[in-house]
Design a protein around this ligand. Structure first.
Ligand code: PEP
Ligand code: MG
Length: 590
């Protein structure tokens, strides 16, 4: 063995998306800039200005390079944001003011540039004009690049990742996740995050492995190092030896044969052995996932997370742009239903790159989020509602509100929906006047008032990711308490029983669209408790379907009843695993 080869190191984390990847690491570490501030000798000012000029030039080259790369990989539309960045870079007022700041204060050029760009950001944030306010994101982004250039450090960017890499990061925000070039990612491993963080949701929809809570990965992994990502057991093996590679190769072979067994049912109906047809739907984030939904034979889209259109946007998408995206999905899948969830911004999706300000909050998941933002900005919300309504003329669109805490919020949202309908009618634009309206059930107060919500809604979908976090008071992104995030907590089972029971009493459908719905371990439990549909990342559909075809609904109901009698989350979890294993023995790797 080569004595100079780096030693194999295993980092343990939490398995979040299944699969095994082998490839080179792309290290994505976001560090706060350590900005020096010191007085400079007046005789050195010319030198400082020359340094500033060089940094601007370097930044220009860097932006032009990234622009070309993004245009090549993602298209001209996505690349246009960088034109706006180049304009900021050429802003003579910004440059002139930085030099004047240096002359007035005698400080080094990076400190002056930082001060001036901060002033610009603040001034632009206060401008009532929406277009100008949107420039804040560009100024922030460009300033960061210039400061990196002045300090001689390269700024990390997921958009500029090389092909076929495993992303290793301390954390990946939803807007980072949205900027990942999806064709280039082999897998994702993060120190922070959780099984329901958005980078993981992206990984699942790409069918690549993801591991979260891998403490120390950002410090131990080297950019370009080779690694195995084991998304089944939550392991990252840095610099694997030949023996390890051989072992994983064998394991991969077995997994492939299991996979082909599962895929053998993918074109068959999701029908239980006692003849009950189960509705399996897809969760999507972008309009271009229509193909994926079709390929995995989903019965429609149960959750279209429309806020992804807003993350990383150069401008807030207007009604027309929203309509184009929604109509593409509706038309592409008609007559299948498409549940379009209205904006769920805030929480961990507060970073819009500055195009819309969501103030940072002490408890963002308990804060200004989703429907709360929309009801406070009715004109902004109605833009989305009009776009959704117009899309309802192109297919089978249903509208769903997120983060509903009670019937009054649904009533308010419905009033705005009616206004939006009247506005469209006045314009002579087509829409489905009977468009179905639903609520996500992800806050315990909504679950407790299901009977009241039934008067305002046509359907429900349980967002277990949030419902678990709010029921058990466990921040869904906090690695420290990830072990306490228990989908099988008796409180969850009782809450789910209430939700499905009340909906059924009012003859309304209630499905599940949180991550629990895509984990076959919970399929028997959820169906047995009364879920009328399960919605998940499209690649997970065949595995869930496999189990559906191997169970009897009568057994699932009996099983759920038994589980409701148990007191311990771990015991219920173990019984769910057993329920799955007993019915899928031929999928075992052992
Ligand atoms: C959920 O909370 O379960 C859900 C589906 O919504 P999101 O993950 O987008 O918050
Ligand atoms: Mg949610």
């Amino acid at each position: 063995m080569d004595k100079t080869a780096p030693t194999e190191t295993v980092v343990k984390g939490i398995a979040a998306s299944q699969g095994i990847a082998y490839g080179q690491i792309f290290l994505y570490v976001q560090k706060d800039l350590d900005l020096p501030q010191f007085q400079i000798d007046p005789a050195r000012r010319v030198e400082e200005i020359a340094r500033f000029d060089r940094a601007l030039l370097e930044t220009r080259k860097e932006i032009t390079r990234v622009r070309a790369e993004v245009a090549r990989n993602l298209g001209e539309d996505e690349a246009r944001i960088f034109d706006a960045h180049l304009m900021v870079l050429e802003d003579q007022a910004l440059i002139g003011e930085t030099i004047r700041e240096m002359e007035n204060t005698g400080l080094n050029i990076e400190a002056c540039f930082h001060r001036v760009s901060q002033r610009y950001v603040k001034a632009f944030e206060e401008i009532p004009d929406e277009y100008l306010r949107e420039r804040v994101a560009d100024i922030r982004d460009v300033s960061k690049r210039v400061l990196h250039a002045l300090l001689g450090q390269a700024a990390a960017s997921l958009g500029s990742m090389l092909q076929n890499r495993i992303v290793a990061a301390n954390d990946i925000s939803p807007s980072d996740a949205a900027s990942i070039d999806r064709s280039n990612v082999l897998g994702i491993v993060t120190e922070g995050g959780s099984r329901t963080s958005h980078a993981v949701i992206v990984a699942r929809s790409l069918k690549v492995p993801a591991i979260v809570g891998a403490a120390g990965i950002a410090a131990q992994a080297r950019d370009g190092a080779w690694a195995i990502l084991d998304g089944y057991d939550g392991l990252v093996i840095l610099n694997p030896t030949e023996q390890t590679l051989f072992r994983y190769g064998k394991l991969q072979e077995k997994r492939r044969s299991v996979e082909s067994r599962i895929m053998s049912v993918s074109r068959l109906p999701a029908e239980t052995q006692d003849g009950v047809r189960v509705t399996l739907l897809a969760n999507i984030e972008k309009a271009d996932e229509v193909e994926l939904v079709r390929n995995y034979q989903a019965d429609g889209v149960g959750l279209y997370r429309t806020e992804y259109l807003f993350l990383n946007a150069e401008h807030l998408p207007d009604e027309e742009q929203q309509f184009t995206a929604y109509a593409a999905v509706a038309q592409g899948l008609a007559p299948l239903p498409v549940v379009l969830r209205t904006l769920d911004l805030g929480g961990d999706k507060a970073d819009l790159g500055g195009v819309a300000r969501i103030e940072s909050e002490a408890n963002p998941f308990l804060g200004f989020r989703a429907i709360r933002i929309c009801l406070e900005s009715p004109e902004f919300f109605k833009k989305q509602l009009r776009a959704a309504l117009r899309a309802s003329a192109c297919g089978n669109v249903q509208i769903m509100y997120p983060m509903i805490s009670g019937a009054d919020e649904v009533a308010q949202a419905n009033r705005l929906l009616e206004e939006a309908k009247r506005e469209l009618a006045a314009r002579g634009q087509a829409f489905d006047p009977k468009v179905k309206v639903g609520s996500m059930i992800e806050i315990p107060s909504a679950a407790a008032t299901m009977d009241l919500l039934c008067a305002e809604c046509d359907f429900f979908s349980v967002g277990t990711n949030d419902l678990i976090q709010y029921t058990l008071a466990i921040d869904r992104l906090n690695v420290r308490i990830a072990h306490l995030y228990q989908p099988t907590h008796p409180a969850m089972l009782r809450t789910l029983r209430t939700i499905f029971g009340e909906a059924a009493r009012h003859k309304l459908p209630a499905g599940v669209c949180g991550e629990m719905a895509g984990d076959p371990i919970y399929t028997g439990l959820l169906l047995g408790l009364g879920a009328t549909s399960l919605s998940m990342a499209p690649p997970l559909i065949p595995t869930v379907k496999y189990l559906v075809r191997n169970l009897k609904m009568a057994d699932a109901r009996k099983f759920a009843k038994e589980m409701l009698e148990l007191r311990d989350a771990r015991e219920i979890q173990a019984r769910c695993e057993e329920f799955y294993r007993e019915r899928t023995k031929e999928l075992s790797l052992g």
